[in-house]
Design a protein around this ligand. Sequence first.
Ligand SMILES: [Zn+2]
Ligand SMILES: [Zn+2]
Ligand SMILES: [Zn+2]
Length: 349
Amino acid sequence: MIEININNKENEICRNLGEKAIHLLNKTIIDISNCSDDDLVYELVHIQIVIELMLKYYISVFYGFDNILNKKHKNIKDHDPVAYLNNLNCTTIHTLGYMELVVFLEEKKDFFGYVVKDGVIPFYVAEYDYLHDTFRKFQDIRNNYVHLGIDLGIIEHKWIRDEYYEVVLVFLSSIMRKIDERNGIDRLILFDNNDLDDTPVDVLKRCLTNAAFNSIRSKSYIIDRLVEIAEDASDMMGSYKCRGCSEETLVLNILDSEGISKCFYCGDFFQAAYTHCAICNSTGTVTFDDLNIGCNGNVMSGYCYECETRVKVYKCPICGNIYTYSRDGVIEGYIDDCCLESFLDRDVS
Ligand SMILES: [Zn+2]
Ligand SMILES: [Zn+2]
Ligand SMILES: [Zn+2]
């Protein structure tokens, strides 16, 4: 019986850690967009609390509640369950501090231990040092303020705003996604590669309030970073303008994804076939419906993401060669006779 009570209480505290982390994150995201540089240190302290709560929640979920207890309370739990339950009920248990949590993760060779220690975050095929020295500086600033009342230097203001969003976008979204996976949160499975399946923006959209999500999504810093991530993930070595949200964050024909494109900003995605563009001469930037072109007179509408133009796509029913041409133009340079003989233009508007 006592074990069940302990279990229930530990689960309740564990849930609380996650809920409070998200609650404070929502609040600080709204607050930082309105706060002056003079008040920036509060948001830094808040995001540092979010990181600490989130790490504690993560360790509870993945390694068990015991591992966030300090030595003394771990000992009480092992030897005197009644006293331990009493401590839990009176919330007088003591847990590990920020640095101890990080050391625990490092000793476990945990992914996030590595991220916090080295400031390197893997995304898709590469690793990025976006968070180089960020966690140490955040903790130093937090300690200086909390223990000595030392405020930020002017030079730190811009740095903190950028790093703040970086931490939310690449770090907190990663840890929240991992926890969601462990907790079995249902979500759309598109690709084998999780980074692309559930992008940072997807995670933030799912976990944050609408107000916090819209606030963070409107930051130019976030958009610039998403463009960079999209470029890295793209087979085309570039990202394109999304027709849903108009940001340049669409990854066209993601590597190994069987023709899926996805916008890293608004989350829109689609599956298509890709071909060259006869208008702007770029390769693989015209999307079209390869499955239905045969039953649509071999001519269908396509769209080129490079020149942002609607084009016509013709697929020869005999040999399968594909041609694009302008909507009021003609096809030039047939590869084979069968293509010329089978071609019959039609209105696809
Ligand atoms: Zn979009
Ligand atoms: Zn084009
Ligand atoms: Zn042909």
